[in-house]
Design a protein around this ligand. Structure first.
Ligand SMILES: *[C@@H]1O[C@H](CO)[C@@H](O)[C@H](O)[C@H]1NC(C)=O
Ligand SMILES: *[C@@H]1O[C@H](CO)[C@@H](O)[C@H](O)[C@H]1NC(C)=O
Length: 388
């Protein structure tokens, strides 16, 4: 972990120090549009998304497809040490890792086109190099599944999404988990929640489900006679199960990935140490060290939310007949203030020293004024997974 810090600081130096033009001696500078393909910006966007993923309790880890817009608001004040607030608009893709796995998004696989879920996040990201702080103050995201009509045209045989309430979905989860439990040496697991489901017809029906599992208090030998209830059932892993039905025969397969324990066992491997430079050790440390009784009632609540909307095609049904009022395809609201002069926000809880620190938050900048270098190049450039 000690090695990661210089990497973080070098990245910040590259982005905010070396290339910054000299600033006029004003008390209040307007936000500056930054280039969406600058290496320093890309690095910061990666950290911001990592912090968003860490904050979330459900859904899949989001990966960065491209930076759609970024403004840097240098915090002018009597103290030069306040750093910058970045207003990020990020185009994202769902990966195949559950957020509870705590995996870094760079270590997760993106989904194939017909299974893609994509969207946009807005994030208010606070960067303070001297204080070693990289911290998302607030975020909001909106996601949609890829257009089924378009992806079905491109791949008619690819699996299509299923409603989680479909009885076949539950059957696939139950049968594949039963198979897992049967092959397990002792520990038994039960279904916590189905998180994804799809199906496909290839000489028979195939169902694919993903679900969270919790540990059952019963061992294998107690089996069905065991009626113990787990005291607090937290999901411990994500399973992928399939059920194929062909000429009255059933084939079941299953694989499960277990999440790293949140608190590493003594002498065990520290999961945080494996996450590479995308880890945010400095922020984590300061968050853990400071349990401020006075100024952080907000720490317990999530810093944002992820909204899931249906397939864009389903929303544009002609019967709505509202051609004149176009739907905002990815509405993401992130307004901490509507005051054009901004409001000050106390960020003292991010620092170890007791001095009060406040930053100025402005209304989220409008897309129209973004840099000509935005949006940046996309990892997945297919227009079907890029918010307009
Ligand atoms: C985030 O989005 C939700 C609606 O999805 C909204 O109620 C909330 O105010 C937004 N947060 C901010 C800070 O704007
Ligand atoms: C983005 O930056 C990379 C590396 O700096 C460069 O190779 C690439 O051409 C740039 N792409 C665009 C679209 O500007």
């Amino acid at each position: 972990m000690g090695l990661l810090l210089p990497v973080v600081l070098c990245a910040l130096a590259a982005c905010c120090g070396a290339t910054s033009p000299p600033l006029p001696p004003l008390r209040f500078w307007p936000p500056i549009a930054r280039g969406c393909n600058d290496s320093g910006i890309l690095e910061l966007a990666g950290f911001a998304l990592q912090d968003i993923n860490r904050d979330r309790k459900d859904g899949y880890v989001l990966s960065l497809n491209r930076v759609s817009d970024v403004r840097e608001h240098r915090q002018a004040s009597d103290s030069p040490l306040l750093g910058s607030l970045f207003y990020f608009t990020l185009d994202v893709l769902e990966t195949d890792c559950h957020v509870l796995s705590r995996k870094a998004w760079k270590d997760c696989g993106v989904r194939t086109l017909h299974e893609s879920v994509y969207g946009q996040c807005k994030a208010l990201f606070y960067v303070n190099r001297p204080g070693r702080v990289l911290y998302v103050l607030a975020y909001n995201c909106t996601l949609r599944p890829v257009s089924q009509r378009s992806s079905h045209t491109m791949c008619p045989d690819c699996p299509g999404p299923f409603k989680l309430s479909n009885p076949k979905v539950l059957e696939t989860a139950a049968e594949s988990l039963a198979k897992y439990n049967k092959e397990s040496a002792s520990k038994q697991y039960s279904l916590f929640q189905v998180t994804r489901a799809s199906g496909q017809w290839v000489f028979g029906f195939a169902f694919f489900v993903e679900y969270l599992i919790k540990e059952s208090p019963c061992t294998k030998h107690q089996a069905s006679s065991c009626a113990l209830q787990p005291p607090d059932s937290v999901p411990v892993g994500l399973c992928k199960g399939t059920l194929t039905e062909r000429e009255l025969q059933k084939f079941v397969s299953v694989t499960c990935d277990f999440f790293e324990p949140q608190v590493p066992a003594p002498g065990g491997e520290n999961p945080a140490a494996n996450q590479g430079p995308a880890d945010l050790p400095t922020v984590e440390e300061s968050q853990q060290k400071i349990i401020a009784p006075t100024n952080s009632p907000s720490k317990a609540v999530p810093k944002g939310s992820v909204q899931y909307l249906p397939d864009l095609d389903d929303e544009k049904k002609p019967e709505d007949a509202q051609e004149n009022s176009p739907v905002e395809p990815f509405p993401v609201q992130l307004e901490l203030t509507t005051d054009p002069l901004g409001e000050s926000l106390d960020v003292s809880f991010l620092f170890l020293d007791p001095e009060e620190k406040k930053v100025v938050v402005l209304p989220f900048p409008k897309k129209e004024q973004r840099s000509a270098e935005c949006p940046g190049p996309a990892q997945q450039a297919n227009p079907l997974v890029l918010p307009p």
